[in-house]
Design a protein around this ligand. Structure first.
Ligand SMILES: Cc1cc2nc3c(=O)[nH]c(=O)nc-3n(C[C@H](O)[C@H](O)[C@H](O)COP(=O)(O)OP(=O)(O)OC[C@H]3O[C@@H](n4cnc5c(N)ncnc54)[C@H](O)[C@@H]3O)c2cc1C
Length: 293
């Protein structure tokens, strides 16, 4: 299919980009185009103006900011940049797992983390991983910048709390605590497919090996990406012993609300939420203890 006609703008600065968004109703940001263009070709999206941010220099960074205690990710950091980053592989295994499981190399070469976050597809992997990691986004508009925790971003399927003239310029992830580990588990029908179910986990242990902090995010388990808050709260202060892992998996399952579709019936998907939560917790634990899981 061919998209409806649209006007195209290629700003060179963030200020220009947000001015274009503010001055054209229903304008859309174009980043990697791997979610937006398919929707346009199917005429499920017909934006009158595309604001292509790919020519804005300096937005493709992934760097740690020790002072702010955050990993800072620019709007044009692509999935492949995570896959190939030694920093991400060594210190953010949750993010490394996630990037490597997205689509195929063509998708990973173009798609951006910020675009996936903004697109708000509950079947996307990044939002679940970033909910587990307690991430936030910086949204820029002609009114200035504001920081939005991911827990406040997702409203409904393909719908965020971003205003029409807001551009996500940065995604922020807290620096890993000592003795922390993460993992992303994805069940897919075949390589390159969207998840049947995905589960992201990030944990930190105290000196006694009890869980100091836990994050659990669910992909394709409801009409938005889900943070399994009761499961996270249950784990804090406890060792990641098999009984506690099973109970957290049960609570994660209860937080899910999957739909039946061609990837499976509801009870199967719920069972997969529980199983993938168990697997991700075990791998996160091994990594937090210094293992190479
Ligand atoms: C064949 C195929 C397989 C795929 N498989 C997977 C998969 O397994 N897992 C997965 O998670 N994803 C998958 N995807 C989606 C892919 O990861 C996309 O790259 C991603 O969802 C969107 O990123 P993008 O940069 O391409 O965004 P775009 O398509 O450019 O934009 C998506 C939406 O976000 C908005 N937007 C983009 N950037 C910003 C910004 N900085 N600020 C505000 N709004 C913004 C756009 O206006 C648009 O509404 C797949 C896509 C394809 C085509």
């Amino acid at each position: 299919m061919i998209p409806a006609s649209f006007r195209y703008a290629a700003p060179r600065t963030v200020a220009e980009a947000v001015d274009l968004l503010a001055s054209h109703a229903d304008a859309k940001v174009l980043a990697g185009g791997h979610s937006l263009l398919p929707l346009m070709k199917l005429r499920l999206a017909t934006p009158p103006v595309l604001v292509d941010i790919n020519r804005i220099p300096g937005l493709d960074y992934i760097r740690e900011d020790q002072q702010a205690a955050q990993l800072r990710v620019g709007a044009l950091a692509r999935h492949v940049d995570f896959e190939r980053s030694e920093l991400i592989r060594a210190r953010y295994p949750l993010l490394w797992d996630t990037a490597r499981g997205i689509g195929d190399p063509l998708v990973r070469n173009r798609g951006t983390l910020a675009g996936a976050v903004a697109h708000a597809d509950p079947a996307a992997d990044w939002p679940a991983a970033l909910l587990a990691a307690n991430a936030s986004v910086v949204a820029s508009s002609p009114r200035g910048d504001r920081t939005i925790p991911l827990t406040k971003l997702y409203v409904a399927i393909l719908t965020t709390s971003l205003a029409e003239d807001e551009l996500i310029t940065e995604v922020r992830v807290p620096l890993p605590r000592p003795r922390s580990g993460g993992a992303y588990e994805k069940l897919e029908r075949k390589v390159g497919d969207y998840a049947v179910i995905g589960v992201g986990v990030q944990i930190a242990l105290d000196e006694a090996d009890n869980v100091q902090q836990a994050g659990i995010g669910l992909c394709n388990a409801g009409s938005t990406s889900i943070k399994a808050t009761p499961a996270e709260a249950f784990l804090v202060g406890k060792p990641l012993a098999p009984d506690n892992i099973n109970q957290a998996a049960q609570l994660a399952m209860e937080a899910s609300d999957p739909l039946e579709d061609d990837r499976g019936p509801i009870d199967y998907k719920q069972a997969m939420v529980a199983e993938l939560t168990r697997r991700a917790l075990r791998r996160a634990l091994a990594r937090a203890q210094g293992g190479a899981a």
